[in-house]
Design a protein around this ligand. Structure first.
Ligand SMILES: [Zn+2]
Length: 290
């Protein structure tokens, strides 16, 4: 089943739904970063919700940058998405593997921690980024995004996000459902949402049993109108040129020092692990081009 993001709206236009399946996105992230289960869940949940934020962007050259740091053992998590359904991300410590003793579930809140912030930066070309920042609530990611939507964007929201990991550490299922109350909503809409989510099983279980993104929405609102559907994927847009530009922005003394000390330098992308090598000649060209 291809990873898909579906956008829908209730018949009265008061409730917006976004749902996605992200099993392959999260499995790709796991393989790139060689993640252990709780790091997989923490990064996977972040990638999934960031994809929905990215899909809400109007500017095709824009991006959403999410950063979470609760000072827990997994360290900083970063995810970056665009409105074409692509996302990339990283987690400082890929080796977190911890479960809650009471239920055996992956202890995402424990490895993320709550002593810190969730920040969302919407960046569009030629404009100052719009940044919202909230204190982490539980570190479980879903709750923290719900709090962000309510506080920073004044949109009451329900965020259900989950990642199931197999015994061999590979990703069994992943996905998310976002329900947002639009301006003009009333008490009845609030009751409708509360009733629809009260008995909803975890999204990762639903996806595991074969429910697709549209199916997730239909479980909470069978009459919702589907507005769009698009494939989503993990993709890094790094290039040698970008690294070249980063090197070119270094002060000349530092460049000179690099040439004298190492001759060649190797740089690695934090999002896809691709390695870029710059030879002594490349560095010298940079030095004299400025
Ligand atoms: Zn890359």
């Amino acid at each position: 089943m291809e990873d898909t993001l579906v956008h829908a709206i209730s018949t009265n236009g008061h409730i917006r739904y976004m749902a996605l399946t992200s099993t392959q996105v999260v499995e790709t992230a796991r393989k790139i970063h060689d993640l252990l289960p709780t790091s997989t869940a923490a990064l996977g949940r972040t990638l999934s919700v960031t994809l929905m934020l990215g899909a809400q962007l109007k500017d095709k050259d824009g991006q959403v940058v999410v950063e979470i740091n609760g000072h827990g053992p997994c360290g900083t998590i970063i995810a970056i998405a665009k409105n074409d359904g692509t996302v990339k991300g990283m987690i400082a410590n890929p080796n977190c593997d911890d479960v809650y003793p009471e239920n055996g579930k992956l202890a995402v809140g424990k490895v993320v921690g709550t002593d810190g912030y969730l920040s969302v930066s919407r960046e569009s070309y030629g404009h100052t980024p719009f940044v919202g920042k909230v204190k982490l609530q539980s570190g479980e990611i879903g709750d923290d995004f719900a709090y962000y939507f309510a506080l920073s964007e004044q949109v009451p929201s329900v965020v259900s996000v989950g990642v199931l990991v197999r015994g061999d550490n590979s990703v069994q299922s992943a996905g998310a459902l976002l329900i947002q109350l639009m301006p003009g909503h009333d008490e009845t809409d609030i009751e409708t949402v509360e009733k629809s989510i009260a008995t909803l099983p975890p999204v990762s279980n639903l996806i595991d049993s074969g429910t697709d993104a549209q199916g997730l929405i239909e479980m909470v609102d069978a009459k919702a109108s589907i507005l769009s559907s698009m494939p989503i994927s993990y993709r890094c847009d790094c290039s040698k040129q970008r690294f070249h530009d980063a090197l070119a922005s270094l002060p000349k003394d530092e460049l000179k020092e690099l040439i004298e000390k190492d001759g060649t330098i190797e740089m690695q992308c934090h999002f896809c692990n691709r390695k870029m090598v710059f030879t002594k000649d490349d560095l010298a060209d940079l030095l004299y081009a400025n």
